[in-house]
Design a protein around this ligand. Structure first.
Ligand SMILES: [Zn+2]
Length: 54
């Protein structure tokens, strides 16, 4: 048993941390999406990946 699994990159976990964050470009809501073939947090309005907010 190990806690290491919880340290892997989990977009839903990131989204949870960003629940109060808005898109810096259009103030839209952030959601889990796909960017460059991998899971990412994206603005659901303008599609801008919010990868450097935290
Ligand atoms: Zn946006």
């Amino acid at each position: 048993m190990s806690d290491q699994e919880s340290t892997r990159r989990d977009p839903e976990q990131l989204l949870d941390r960003m629940e109060t964050a808005d898109c810096h470009y259009c103030d839209g809501d952030l959601d889990v999406g796909e960017y460059k073939d991998s899971a990412a947090i994206l603005c659901e309005d303008c599609g801008t990946p919010a990868v450097r907010v935290w």
